[in-house]
Design a protein around this ligand. Structure first.
Ligand code: HEC
Ligand code: HEC
Length: 446
């Protein structure tokens, strides 16, 4: 249909006026933003940079005073050093340390040492070498302190579980990848070598043999953040109650955190630093006073922790800021089939109904990101170990970087296609085999 010409004239004069206005505005904006140098060095940028640097330091190197637990109580330092170096037992060799999944930051190694390692002149079967690496602050997530040449204590940092290395130097040795879950790390095996596990047994109200059995069942890539709350070592089916270590990247814009949606990032960081790593910090969560759900936590007063010197609270702002800056890694271009991924995207958004929960760009859920176990046809064991009895919609970013040991909180689905098959039968999606492979390619592209 043709428009009446009067309209067209009126419209074009309105357009002209708008253009004039816009031009003026543009001119003003340009004038305002001319000193871009000032913007780059303005107070907001400065504070962002300061928080980022500070947060990175905390994430990588801060123990929150947890040496008091790992060394003072468990005496882990003594087991690492070995009798020959002032500790007890055989000591931990670098080969064994790499074997339990600890990683070495190659950028912390001096050139002479790099040369010696390459020439095969460094003894990887001598605990003294482990001590040398610790002294260089080269073991990712493990901080050791020395006095008069002797190791006096060790502590753990967030990076021990939530960082790995790119293996660019050798297997287990390379540049840091902050935020990547260390799916090689056998936390249970590390705890097991500690000479004194009696205090752990006391907190849990059990004996040392049981503690060893429980943490020994975790295996690589897993840890049980709820054990110190409910004392449940095993699921009803007899398998370990531990969950996979999740990525700490790709969390920007995600509402609740952890598989069970315990709370926000600063909530959970404070929880972990005080209740899991056993750092010295204040912490409050009245929900933990429930003796039926959290018998261990209620008995030990974990719902309201106050310490003489709080080494956690003041670090939470920068720590959160750094985590939010950790972007999920993008898969390599040849890691998936692009045409199939494009078709898979349509299935994700449409027939597969995935985006009814996993909404881009976070691929978690805007708003309240929690679901009842039955909605995803899964059991409630792990959900019931947290306050709400639900699972949080996992953000699906950087999936390729953590495929080791499977998907879902406990890795029950070994592959993405197993996950897709699960949803297909759970929600009666009626996906054809090629639609399923397309969907998997889409997931691999995220
Ligand atoms: C011993 C291993 C370990 C250490 C150390 C550790 N974490 Fe975790 N982290 C885990 C596990 C396991 C979970 C999953 C817990 C759950 O869902 O019940 C988790 C969950 C998280 C989450 C939630 C991720 C998401 O998808 O919402 C964040 C954030 C996090 N950790 C940050 C940290 C920070 C910061 C530190 C240091 C203060 C830290 N963690 C120390 C093992 C660890
Ligand atoms: C009702 C909401 C909902 C729907 C619909 C849904 N998901 Fe999920 N998804 C979840 C929740 C909750 C989890 C966490 C389960 C767990 O860890 O036990 C999850 C976990 C996953 C994981 C595992 C991620 C990881 O890192 O372990 C993948 C992959 C996934 N979903 C893909 C899909 C696909 C593909 C679809 C569509 C076929 C889909 N989801 C539909 C809620 C949903």
């Amino acid at each position: 249909m043709r428009r009446p010409s009067a309209h067209r004239i009126a419209r074009s004069s309105v357009m002209a006026a708008l253009l004039l206005l816009a031009g003026g505005a543009l001119f003003n904006v340009a004038a305002l933003s001319r000193p871009t140098h000032q913007a780059r060095n303005g107070p907001v940028q400065k504070s962002a940079q300061r928080l980022l640097n500070e947060g990175r330091r905390i994430f990588r190197f801060d123990t929150f005073g947890d040496e008091k637990f790992w060394s003072g109580t468990l005496q882990l330092d003594k087991a690492i050093a070995g009798a020959k170096n002032g500790g007890v037992g055989p000591g931990l060799t670098p080969a064994q340390a790499l074997g339990v999944g600890l990683k070495v930051d190659s950028t912390a190694l001096p050139a002479a040492l790099v040369k010696a390692i390459k020439a095969g002149k460094v003894n990887l079967k001598d605990p003294a070498t482990t001590l040398a690496l610790l002294k260089l602050n080269a073991v990712v997530g493990v901080r050791a302190h020395f006095a008069r040449g002797r190791m006096t204590s060790v502590g753990l940092t967030c990076a021990v579980c939530h960082s790995t290395v790119d293996n660019s130097f050798a297997k287990g040795i390379g540049k840091r990848l902050d935020g990547w879950p260390n799916r090689d790390l056998n936390v249970g095996a590390i705890i097991s070598i500690a000479p004194n596990l009696q205090p752990v047994a006391d907190v849990l109200g059990t004996d040392v043999a049981t503690v060893k059995k429980v943490v020994g069942a975790w295996g690589p890539g897993k840890f049980d953040a709820e054990l110190f709350l409910d004392g449940k070592g095993f699921r009803p089916d007899g398998k370990t109650a531990a969950t996979l270590i999740p990525p700490a990247y790709g969390l920007t814009g995600v509402n609740l955190h952890t598989y069970e949606g315990w709370g926000s990032i600063p909530y959970w960081n404070g929880f972990v630093a005080t209740l899991e790593m056993h750092g010295q910090g204040n912490f409050t969560d009245e929900r933990l006073n429930d003796p039926a759900k959290f018998p261990v936590a209620a008995r030990n007063g974990f719902g309201h922790v106050r310490v003489p010197r709080d080494m956690v609270s003041k670090k939470l702002p920068a720590l959160q800021f750094y985590q939010l800056a950790l972007r999920a890694p993008r898969p390599r271009s040849n890691a998936y089939n692009h045409a199939a991924a494009k078709r898979g995207r349509a299935i994700f958004m449409g027939k597969g109904r995935c985006a009814s929960c996993h909404v881009p760009p976070t691929y978690s859920e805007p708003g309240w990101d929690m679901h009842r176990p039955a909605e995803i046809c899964t059991d409630s064991f792990q959900a019931d170990r947290a306050p709400d009895g639900m699972y949080r919609t996992t953000p699906l970013r950087g999936l390729l970087a953590h495929r080791k040991h499977g998907y879902y909180h406990d890795g029950r689905y070994a592959t993405l296609s197993a996950v897709v098959n699960h949803y297909d039968s759970c929600m009666n999606l009626g996906l054809t085999p090629s639609q399923k492979t397309d969907l998997v390619q889409f997931l691999r592209s995220r």
